[in-house]
Design a protein around this ligand. Structure first.
Ligand code: ASP
Length: 591
């Protein structure tokens, strides 16, 4: 090795030792007489000092070194003079007096400071990702990610799981997104599809008798880059044979609890994780991904608002809709401007407006609608909302599919403003009993709400014939702080049930045979009952790291536009390459 010690490991016990360290110049200071360098490697920082009289060569090199130069330093460890220790860093009690210094490589002036985590434009960070990755924040995140994956591997190995790789060049494995396609050179006009998940392959591994499989699997989905998504992302993909949904959920819960407790300093809010049915999640929180940290919950006042003198309320109820509200404790003094901000928020979610009632601390009522109601009606609503003086009540009236998302966004915002969404806390919950299908208006057909291999609840099997919309699936989603962390299900393992699902989603028999014939055939060779789940590693690590998006926990992520700014991908290719692939590119202008 070019070094005897790592920079960050040196302590008072090393005083008097001759050591060699190597790393990057984090910062340098020339104090006329003495010159100082903070030398950084992955383990941390150590202070180097050079004295022109004692070691002129070393001093000369150190004087010309600049940020991010790579140096090798031989010297002796000594205690820092009294009063000059730095309690903020682990090596703060000592320094290395340089005897000999070599520049292993100089560096250009970096486009941003590496030595601190001050904000830098994200495009610049992504273009110089290798410099960004040197910064403490990214280093912490990438190491945390490694810890989490290592924990997962050990945990599953202890429980008899086997890690098996599955192909990247494969055939469509649909999860509801567009496929990435790879043209075949050897087979003109044919394409591989990159897996949206290893779903089919892990099921086939169950047919093959492996019983417990997992993989840290890369998944590819060509989606419009709405929200915080990446064209490729990583899942812990797992599958088990001879299990019921309870078994998969229990194992996953133990794994998640272990990861949080072992790899992070976050507090788990609720143990065991609460379970909500889909219907309950929608009714209570207006979303299938509830953030249960935010204490405020929507309250239904439709019965009290029906027939009242405020047309927006009474008309909504008369049309089969609802009036629901949330209580914002202590926000009764909100100004019109603050209330307008909340109105804008619900309007962005599709609501027409926000009705409000403020109970001022002194007891007087300010409201956008109370004047249209009788005193008794106002009192009944205030009581139902369990409002206290000083509270602000916020209401949305419309169809449930408008009210749900609007109040969901509103309660998150109010929770945020009231400091209820502590990033130091992780609140997991399960959502179960999803409808098996969603109705696709445009295509006039049923769409699987999870994916097409999810088994119906056994007692709902007859509904596939009579009322598919009412059938529930054996699906379970794991949610944490309002983010979907994992989705899974017990699978169909019988050919006739799988064929029935294909039929209901309008998949033509010939197409189903072409795409999934191998699955249908496999089901006829003794398929065990099986099920699995796939937690998203990026999102999990993001929550553990307290980061606002998954790009912060991926070494080389793409932008929202699916571009790699560092290497410049996607990029044009040589005409010969296209020719070999039997591909002709037609741009809009050529058509
Ligand atoms: N393949 C599913 C997904 O990627 C997870 C599963 O059902 O195991 O969401």
């Amino acid at each position: 090795m070019l070094k005897t010690h790592n920079c960050g490991e040196l302590r008072a016990r090393h005083v008097g030792q001759e050591v060699t360290v190597a790393g990057w110049v984090n910062r340098w200071r020339d104090h006329g007489g003495l010159a100082f360098i903070d030398l950084r490697d992955r383990s941390g920082i150590v202070q180097i000092v050079s004295d022109p009289d004692a070691a002129p060569q070393a001093h000369a090199v150190i004087q010309q070194a600049r940020n991010e130069y790579v140096l090798q330093v031989r010297g002796s460890v000594r205690a820092r003079p009294a009063g000059l220790a730095n309690p903020d860093i682990p090596t703060g009690e000592i320094e290395i007096v340089a005897h000999e210094v070599q520049v292993l490589n100089p560096a250009k002036t970096p486009p941003f400071y590496v030595y601190d985590d001050s904000p830098v434009d994200e495009a610049l960070r992504l273009k110089y990702r290798y410099l960004d990755l040197r910064r403490r924040r990214m280093q912490r995140n990438i190491i945390l990610r490694h810890r989490v994956v290592k924990y997962i591997r050990d945990f599953l190995d202890d429980r008899g799981f086997i890690e098996i790789e599955t192909p990247i060049l494969f055939k469509t494995t649909p999860e509801g997104a567009r496929d990435y396609l790879v043209p075949s050179r050897l087979h003109a006009g044919k394409f591989y599809a990159l897996p949206q998940s290893p779903q089919q392959l892990k099921q086939l591994l169950m047919v093959a008798g492996y019983e417990r499989y997992f993989q840290i699997a890369r998944c590819f989905r060509d989606e419009d880059q709405r929200g915080d998504r990446q064209p490729e992302f990583t899942q812990l993909d797992l599958e088990m044979s001879f299990v019921r949904r309870e078994d998969v959920m229990t194992l996953t819960e133990e794994l998640m609890t272990g990861i949080v407790e072992d790899c992070s300093a976050k507090e788990l809010l609720l143990k065991p994780f609460p379970r909500l049915t889909y219907a309950e999640a929608m009714r209570r929180f207006g979303t299938e991904r509830p953030d249960v940290r935010s204490g405020v919950e929507p309250v239904d006042v439709s019965d009290l608002a029906a027939g009242c003198g405020f047309g927006i309320f009474s008309r909504a109820v008369a049309a089969g809709g609802q009036v629901k509200g949330i209580r914002a404790p202590g926000c009764g003094t909100y100004s019109r401007r603050q209330i307008d901000e909340l109105t804008d928020l619900v309007q962005r979610e599709g609501a027409k407006g926000l009705a409000w009632l403020a109970l001022e601390p002194g007891g007087e009522v300010r409201s956008s609608f109370a004047k249209f109601l009788t005193a008794e009606e106002v009192t009944a609503i205030v009581e139902r909302m369990e409002a206290q003086p000083g509270d602000l009540l916020l209401f949305v009236a419309d169809e449930p599919k408008v009210v749900g998302p609007a109040l969901s966004a509103l309660r998150l915002e109010v929770g945020e403003r009231l400091g209820m969404r502590d990033v130091g806390v992780l609140a997991f919950c399960w959502v179960i009993d999803f409808p098996l299908f969603e109705w696709d208006e445009e295509g006039q057909r049923w769409d699987p709400s999870h994916h097409l291999f999810t088994a119906p609840m056994p007692e709902d099997l007859p509904l596939l014939e009579t009322d598919p919309g009412a059938a529930r699936g054996q699906q379970y989603d794991l949610v944490c702080n309002g983010e979907e962390i994992a989705g899974g299900s017990i699978r169909i393992h019988q050919r006739h049930v799988q064929e029935k699902i294909f039929e209901l989603i309008g998949l033509d028999v010939a197409v189903a045979q072409e795409r999934f014939g191998h699955m249908l055939e496999a089901f006829e060779y003794g398929t065990p009952p099986h099920g699995g789940i796939a937690p998203g590693i990026d999102r999990l690590v993001m929550l553990l790291a307290g980061e606002p998006n998954i790009r912060e926990v991926i070494a080389f992520p793409k932008t929202q536009q699916a571009v790699d700014l560092m290497a410049g991908a996607p990029s044009p290719v040589e005409p010969e390459q296209l020719e070999e692939l039997h591909i002709q590119v037609v741009t809009q202008g050529d058509q």
